[in-house]
Design a protein around this ligand. Sequence first.
Ligand code: FES
Ligand code: FES
Length: 161
Amino acid sequence: MTAIRLTINGTQIADDVPARLSLADYLREPRNLTGTHLGCEHGVCGACTILVDGEPVRSCLTLAVACDGCQVRTIEGFGSDPVMTALREAFHRRHGLQCGFCTPAMLITAHDLIRRGRAASETEIRLGLAGNICRCTGYTNIVAAIAEAAVAAAKGPPDAE
Ligand code: FES
Ligand code: FES
């Protein structure tokens, strides 16, 4: 076991973890943050995408011990964040999900695209989503939802904020 200290969704945590434990497995159990989904478990599908120190990463390819000292943010950690609020509303309005398996990672990736100003066109959004696979092939509505949320975010915080 290896001792680590990290911050997950704003909470400081000290823990002992096996050296080969992935961050995704660590988040899902024992931390019970099951909004981080596991699909391929080898870096292809993007379902496990979360933020480490503000950057999207594949948590299935990231070792928990490598996150010692890091800030980790999962889908459970966005609360009333105005961009995430706009995305949730747009995904709901536009039917941007079917089974929902890809949705947490789609939302985190979309949040990152909007935050970096990389969601200005359908082409830009589709390129930005290239690493996130939706097995329900719901891309048309997902892209429309992200485009709508990007416009809403540019206008300012929604009422919920
Ligand atoms: S589960 Fe991590 S990329 Fe597919
Ligand atoms: S909504 Fe089912 S995998 Fe995307």
